[in-house]
Design a protein around this ligand. Sequence first.
Ligand code: DX5
Ligand code: ZN
Length: 220
Amino acid sequence: MSKLLSASLMCADLMNLEKSVNELKNAGIDYLHIDIMDGCFVPNITLGFDLVNSIKSITDISLDVHMMVNEPSRFIDRMNLDKNDYLCVHCESEVHIQRTLSQIREKGCKTGMAINPQTPVESMKYLTDYIDMALVMTVSPGFAGQKIFAGAERKVSDARKFLDECGCSHIPIEVDGNISVENGAKLSRCGAEIFVLGTSSLFLKGKTLKQAATEFREVL
Ligand code: DX5
Ligand code: ZN
């Protein structure tokens, strides 16, 4: 699978979001990463469902929605997502995560299962039939501008090895949190294939989005 870039919109210029989306299209970004937070599962509140639907209506870039909310099954039908979009939910956020993943599949979009730094990769073992993408968090979720956690490289390597041994080499690993050019290069070698780019590598003062995205791709 080719290496894909997913731009974290919570890090974009929120006062000029449509302009940013158009620039991201021009920069060749593959997905728009939209972080939804409820202030409970993570101690922050960011973008909402109406914004997801507004963004969906103005662009053909596929969406990569990351739900950092408790009991995300309550909200799946609030978003107009299609077969090209990912809807990622945390296995730590729902008692019956298999049911939630099934509901997302029935909705017709691609599933993502996200795991926090402390969550073992084995948590995916019995759910791989319901997972289209594994989101391995490289920070404890909730805020932009954090530092990658110490075991991130080892965990991404372990996740790739684990999925391959399960016969699931078709499931790509996405990484999210402090994906700088340096961290991206290392995590790419560990097996990461989708990179969530925010303040660490894409939304940088003094660089256009196109320049930053091009420089990031060069190290993959
Ligand atoms: C973390 C967020 C990400 C990301 C932002 O909870 O989901 O969008 O960290 O990018 P950085 O970490 O580079 O600011
Ligand atoms: Zn995210």
